[in-house]
Design a protein around this ligand. Structure first.
Ligand code: NAD
Length: 498
């Protein structure tokens, strides 16, 4: 079995750490490749290459940088099914879902094709007598990205295209659970003609992450993953003086109002709770019907749909949901189902014991549905990250809003209703970063920005869109006087127009 290589200074190089671990096809449980667990010194080599490339790349006119990005975009389009296949083989998600992920990453590349416009500064003539002021945004130097398993192509593309278009160089540390898609991205990036060292890929785990956080030549770190690691990355990186954005976990609620179209709400819940086996940071994991009758109608319509979910490997075009990413993740989710029963939730559909003929060693769990989950239960408080939907019934609208606002996570939420007043009020009052109105997975388009609130994001900037451009640049403001008609004599007064 081959072991993936790192990409340093434009070249693929085998890790010398002597440590590697297998990467599995979660549908079969068979290893498909191996990923090296690189050492801190290999990370240092990549940083040296990125630092070496940073000066010339930072001075390259933004329009030229954009032209490389246009070529990268075309290559991504031509190779999108190859990337999708690599994602599905190691993650387990359906091919059309993986294709959707590639498309959303591609949109970020399209967005940064407009980088000259995005980096345009501001100018004020006659800010004072014969004094002009202009502000513009400068690259930071070497930036790094640490990414999760659940979007092995899209999340890296939330980061490096924006950083690179802004004039930075980049080190990507992909998830060790599904690292192959990142290598295709690197290959296409090199084919697009970017100079060597602009993008580097170092595989590994905690040792490489710690080396990134400690390296003095890395100026900014973007992280996406679980909340405990996000908090650690933010605290450690900022302590070392780096700029850090660290996006963490989620528990996303969908409020179903009494006037909602129940069939449409159920369709939305099926896709958003069970798509990608619930392994999406914007998955809906809690349905909150308002009123007992809405709860009864929702559960009645939902239960048969969950029971008849079509589950299979990504190679089955009819399957709607695949396996969990690893055996460990499958066992964790099974543990949560056991816990929910112990905690007294009502198990309406039990996904434990699901077996698929011919795929007995795959990491499959059937769709699972709990009713009468309460806010004090662990299965409500914690992120399960599997095909498990909890129904928490709210007596009224105010109780639904208070429930969501009290949760420690604040990534996404949605309301299903026909009442414009309720929808507007909800969007206003809810303490969540991304809100959907009759939209179950409100992931913002590339020219807006993505980011949660509360313990779903540590740092001051969201990713991509204007927030991403601001994260990867720093502002400089220049005040100049021409012609040099400076009166002689020193002035000790603070400069003002009066
Ligand atoms: P994870 O936190 O286990 O891993 C993320 C990255 O951190 C990986 O590259 C991994 O190698 C590294 N890492 C893991 N343990 C580490 C440690 N102890 N020290 C240093 N680095 C470590 O996350 P995951 O399981 O790959 O991804 C799923 C999580 O990501 C979920 O919690 C999900 O909600 C979250 N997520 C959030 C968003 C968002 O936008 N908020 C998007 C996608 C995923």
């Amino acid at each position: 079995m081959d072991t993936l290589q790192n990409a340093i200074n434009g070249k693929l190089t085998s890790s010398k750490s002597g440590k590697a671990q297998p990467v599995y096809n979660p549908a079969t449980g068979e290893p498909v490749t191996a990923v090296p667990l690189s050492s801190a010194s290999e990370l240092s080599e990549a940083v040296a290459a990125a630092k070496n490339a940073a000066e010339a790349w930072g001075r390259t006119p933004p329009l030229k940088r954009a032209r490389h990005m246009f070529r990268f975009k075309e290559l991504l389009e031509q190779n999108s099914s190859k990337i999708a296949e690599a994602i599905s083989r190691e993650h387990g998600k359906m091919l059309n879902d993986a294709q959707g992920e590639v498309n959303r990453g591609l949109e970020v590349v399209e967005f940064v094709c407009g980088i000259p416009h995005l980096l345009k500064g501001e100018f004020s003539r006659n800010a004072g007598p014969e004094i002009d002021t202009h502000s513009d945004r400068h690259p930071l130097g070497v930036c790094a990205g640490i990414t999760p398993f659940n979007f092995p192509a899209m999340v890296p593309m939330w980061m490096f295209p924006v950083a690179v278009a802004c004039g930075n160089t980049f080190i990507l540390k992909p998830s060790e659970r599904d690292p192959s898609a990142a290598m295709i991205l690197f290959d296409l990036f090199q084919q697009a003609g970017f100079p060597d060292g602009v993008l580097n890929v170092i595989h590994g785990g905690k040792e490489v992450v710690d080396a990134i956080l400690e390296h003095p030549d890395i100026k900014a770190v973007s992280f996406v993953g679980s909340t405990p690691i996000a908090e650690y990355v933010y605290a450690t990186g900022t302590q070392d003086g780096k700029r850090v954005q660290a996006l963490g976990g989620a528990k996303n609620h969908m409020v179903v109002m009494p006037d909602a179209d129940i069939d449409k709400a159920v369709d939305a819940l099926m896709g958003s709770a069970y798509g990608a086996a619930g392994e999406r940071c914007m998955a809906i994991s809690v349905a909150v019907p308002v009123g007992e009758e809405t709860g009864n109608r929702l559960v009645e319509a939902l239960t048969p749909r969950v029971r008849t979910l079509k589950i299979g490997p990504y190679t089955d075009p009819d399957a709607e949901m695949g396996p969990l990413v690893t055996r460990q993740q499958m066992e964790k989710v099974l543990g949560y189902i056991d816990l929910g029963i112990q905690e007294g939730a009502e198990l309406l559909v039990d996904g434990r014991g699901f077996k698929l003929q011919g795929y007995e060693n795959g990491y499959f769990i059937g769709g699972t549905l709990f009713d009468r989950v309460t806010a004090s239960m662990k299965i409500y408080k914690e992120e399960i990250f599997g095909p498990v939907l909890s129904v928490v019934r709210a007596k009224n609208y105010a109780e639904a809003v208070d429930l969501i606002n009290a949760h420690e996570y604040g990534n996404g939420t949605a309301i299903f209703t026909r009442d414009g007043d309720a929808a507007r009020e909800f969007a206003d009052r809810i303490e969540i970063g991304m809100v959907g109105v009759n939209v179950p997975i409100p992931v913002p388009v590339a020219y807006h920005s993505f980011g949660g609130w509360k313990r779903s994001l540590f740092g001051d900037h969201g990713v991509y869109g204007t927030e991403g451009v601001h994260f990867y640049t720093r502002l400089k403001t220049i005040t100049s006087r021409w012609p040099t008609g400076i009166k002689s004599g020193a002035s000790f007064q603070f400069p003002s127009l009066n």
